[in-house]
Write a protein that binds this ligand. Sequence first.
Ligand code: V47
Length: 369
Amino acid sequence: MTSDPILRIAEKVQAGERLSFDDGVALFETRSVALLGHLAHTVRRARHGNVAYYNVNHHLNPTNVCYWDCTFCSFYRKPGQEGAYTYTIEQAIAEVRPYYEAGITEVHIVGGLHPTLKFDYYLDLLRGLKSAFPNVHLKAFTMVELDHFKRITRLSDEEVIERLREAGLDSCPGGGAEIFAEHIREKICRHKCDSQRWLDMARAVHRQGIRSNATMLYGHIESYADRVDHMLRLRDLQDETGGFQCFIPLAFYPEHTELAHLPGPTAVDSLKTIAVSRLMLDNFDHIKAYWVMLGRQTAQMALHFGADDLDGTVSGGGPLVATYSADGRDRCMTTREEVVSLIRDAGFEPVERDTLYQPVVRETTAAMV
Ligand code: V47
């Protein structure tokens, strides 16, 4: 008889009972990784059967200029620094056009916090993209960017969100959450808006009927307890609003960052994190295994550890995606054909979804971005 608490927790999961903070930490500490994976997989199968989702999207990063200096980020440049760039609206539209013509359903838009760009730039960007590509879903701007817009405009949160929505915003990505534990945030992103602000902005977004995602950056200097705390703060907000579509654990990729001395998470750590999130976040429909940060091989395994979504083709990659690509900078994008084959090879039925997790029906299944 083992004293591993996972057996007691397994009984709670089977009985449909909500897991506690201590349960979450115990799951992370378990040595029974296969059993943990099995438990998470059981929950995942009950929700999604044998389906694994993916989407066909493009990541657009309008600027890499940022006035903050998060220690885990190698994307940002200071104004005037070599490599700093900001697209014009025309350049942004021209970048997206070939992917639009190849059939993307979503543009994922995030960038640095630029010190001088006006709010109108972002509104014009959304308007320009929406009018050029009316059928494409614009998943744009993290809670940190929305907070920045509020500060530069002095509008209320609601007004900022409403103006973005009028300009074409359809939903928001989950970035910028990092890790909510204040003592860690102080060390890795001390200038960024604080956890409460991130959560309050997400609440405001949901209250206006806009869906968003939630991420957690793990595998740097945080503890298991910090990860569980992060998940529980999201679970509480999800109880309140129901506005989160998916949870995405983001595997820290240390290269070229100020934290380059850290090893980053192992595959086992990543699989445990996916599994624990599936078990703790009982009110989230989807757990995304973001293959770019996990690497293709671990992402395939993650589908057996609680994840039901591999995210997108990330067509064209993009400068931000390239900085954290576990398979190398030149392999940070894929084709629809490859993502389908990764899912099939892992033993699942691939289903192309749109950003809101509705199945996409195409007239042709020919290879595209
Ligand atoms: O907030 C930055 C992270 C996030 C690194 O909502 C890093 O569907 C690892 O949020 N190593 C942006 N992570 C990406 C993101 C995302 C990605 C895919 C889908 C969705 C979605 C959201 O990337 C940042 C930060 O947490 N990040 N640098 C790094 N070196």
